[in-house]
Design a protein around this ligand. Sequence first.
Ligand SMILES: Nc1ncnc2c1ncn2[C@@H]1O[C@H](COP(=O)(O)OP(=O)(O)OP(=O)(O)O)[C@@H](O)[C@H]1O
Ligand SMILES: [Mg+2]
Length: 288
Amino acid sequence: MMKLEIQNVSKRYSKNKYGLKDFSITIEKGILGLLGPNGAGKSTLLKMIATVNKPSDGRILLNKNNIIKDPNYMRQQLGFLPQDFGVYPNLNAFEFLEYMAAIKGVGGPNLKPRIKELLEGLNLQEASHRPIGGYSGGMKQRVGIAQVLLNNPKIVIFDEPTVGLDPEERVRFRNLISDLANDCIVILSSHIVSDIGTIADNVAIIKNGSLITHGNQDHIIATVTNKVFEITIKIEELSAFKLQHTIVSTSRKKADIKVRFITENPVERATKMEGNLEDAYLYITKNN
Ligand SMILES: Nc1ncnc2c1ncn2[C@@H]1O[C@H](COP(=O)(O)OP(=O)(O)OP(=O)(O)O)[C@@H](O)[C@H]1O
Ligand SMILES: [Mg+2]
């Protein structure tokens, strides 16, 4: 049974600059999606959990072990994809994964089959004997995802894993993640709210270094119940409309425009819609 407790953690980068401030959250098994605007503190949090950065204050416990005092307890069970993960351009994907395995102390007769399995799972088998330097951005990202899973980690942290992945590869990633053992903790950050929506059991929203909300998706989506609408208006009306309501999305319909928006007070001619995570994310970040 895995349990990660973040207790009153702050990260102070300079005198008045906090990456995270008095932040607390308890995470148990399952997939947690981390959402928040640029600079919210997502990477700051994930790096401290991964023990590559130390809190200025507070405690982080994994199964009651203080991982600031005993980082190896975390590292032995961890798979981590940093946001700025770099690969060695002269190695091919197979060699790179062997290299990472050696660093992680993973070996034995199962290693080669495991690497093959991961390369297949990430659709890299055909490219695996070409140097990584010639890969596309999305392919490099997938090599980064593969190295996370090499050591069968019990706690898995992905910082923006779906950046650069095309829609088909996103689906593949989602399947790979849902195959992870049931008693793992998986934490992933993304700006693509719909990715989090399809992958995560629970969602945490961070803003300005603080936790705004945390709970299962249904609970979070319930904050916009009866508040999401669609309406078709003239394009000229859009700028006035934007001043009054939170716009989720717009789509052109010849001379008209279809607007999905969030409002507290019903608008004439608008159709009430079922809310989704994107609606809730916009609503919550705007009002906090
Ligand atoms: N090494 C650092 N030195 C100083 N300030 C930093 C450092 N790293 C991050 N910050 C600041 O801390 C805040 C949180 O940054 P962080 O990278 O954690 O945000 P994020 O939520 O991951 O953003 P993004 O969505 O852009 O990846 C930002 O204001 C950032 O400028
Ligand atoms: Mg980040």
